[in-house]
Ligand binder design. Structure first.
Ligand code: ZN
Length: 260
C-alpha cells in the first residue's frame, strides 16, 4: 500500500481528474492475500513460540507494504464466533473466535490456515470487511452465515452487496473423512463424495450453498481451486505434513484508507 502521509497529491503533478478516480478506486477497495510456505510459519501461539511467527509476519508485511502494528490476529478455536474489532485491537490477538469483522480502514484482519478454508468478505457499499477460518466444524456450524449476520447487524450490510472470496484449502481430492464426520454433512449431500470405498468432503461446495442460501449472489462468490495438500511446494498442509507443531499460512484482509 502506498502511504500518502502529509504529502499533498498536487506535489506529484497528478491531473485532478485522475486524482479523483484514484481516490474513488482507493475508497472502494480492499486488500487481501494469503502467504505461502516460503513466507514461513505464521501462526501465533501466544507464548514463546511466537517469535518465529512474528518475525515472519513482520517480513511479509514489509514485503507487501503493510504495517504489522495495524494487524489483528486471532486465537482460532474451530468455533463459529465472530468478533468485531476496531483500532483498539491493532497489534492484539483476539481470543476464542474464528472470524473477525471491521469497518475501520487500515486494520489488517488475519487468520491462519493449513488446510482449513480462509474466507474473505467485502461490503463495498458500507465499506466493511470480514475474514473467517473454517475447518469441517466451522462449515458444519455455518460460520459464514454468522459472519454475514454480524456484518448486517454492525454495518448494515446487505448480503447482495457482498463479495466473498474462498481461498486455498484442502479440496475434495484429499479431504478424506470417516462416517461420523460425513453424518454431520447430512444437510449438504452434494458435498460428500464416495469413491473406492473412501469418503471425501467438498468443503467449498457446502460453503457456496450456505452463502447463496442467505442471499449472497453466486456471481459475487469467488472460489480458489488450489488444494493445500496437492501443492506441496506452495502451501503447508496439516494432513500431508503431520507436523508436531502446526505450521500455517496467514490469510488477511483490510480496507484501504486515504489517510495512511
Ligand atoms: Zn488435493
Amino acid at each position: 500500500m502506498t502511504k500518502i502521509g502529509c504529502h499533498p497529491w498536487a506535489k506529484f503533478d497528478v491531473d485532478p481528474r485522475i486524482q479523483k478516480i484514484i481516490m474513488q478506486i482507493k475508497h472502494a477497495s480492499y486488500f487481501s492475500g494469503i502467504t505461502s510456505k516460503q513466507d514461513g510459519q505464521m501462526k501465533p501461539y501466544g507464548d514463546g513460540r511466537d517469535e518465529v511467527a512474528l518475525l515472519n509476519r513482520k517480513k511479509y508485511f514489509e514485503k507487501v507494504g503493510l504495517d504489522i502494528d495495524k494487524s489483528v490476529a486471532v486465537n482460532l478455536v474451530h468455533g463459529i464466533k465472530v468478533a468485531r474489532v476496531d483500532q483498539n485491537y491493532a497489534g492484539q490477538i483476539v481470543q476464542d473466535a474464528d472470524a473477525l469483522i471491521t469497518n475501520v480502514a487500515d486494520l489488517i484482519l488475519t487468520i491462519t490456515v493449513a488446510d482449513c478454508v480462509p474466507i474473505i468478505f467485502f461490503d463495498q457499499v458500507n465499506k466493511a470487511v470480514g475474514i473467517a477460518h473454517a475447518g469441517w466444524r466451522g462449515v458444519v456450524g455455518n460460520i459464514v452465515s454468522n459472519v454475514v449476520e454480524a456484518m448486517q447487524e454492525n454495518f448494515d450490510t446487505n448480503q447482495s452487496d457482498l463479495t466473498v472470496n474462498v481461498g486455498p484449502h484442502i479440496q475434495k481430492c484429499h479431504f478424506e473423512i470417516q462416517n461420523d464426520v460425513a453424518d454431520k454433512f447430512s444437510d449438504y449431500p452434494k458435498s460428500i463424495v464416495k469413491q473406492d470405498g473412501k469418503i471425501f468432503v467438498d468443503l467449498q461446495s457446502a460453503i457456496k450453498h450456505q452463502l447463496t442460501s442467505i442471499g449472497v449472489q453466486p456471481q459475487n462468490i469467488e472460489v480458489s481451486d488450489e488444494c493445500t495438500y496437492c501443492l506441496t511446494g506452495k502451501y503447508f498442509s496439516f494432513r500431508r505434513d503431520k507436523p508436531e507443531i502446526l505450521l500455517a499460512m496467514m490469510a488477511y484482509v483490510g480496507l484501504y484508507s486515504l489517510h495512511g
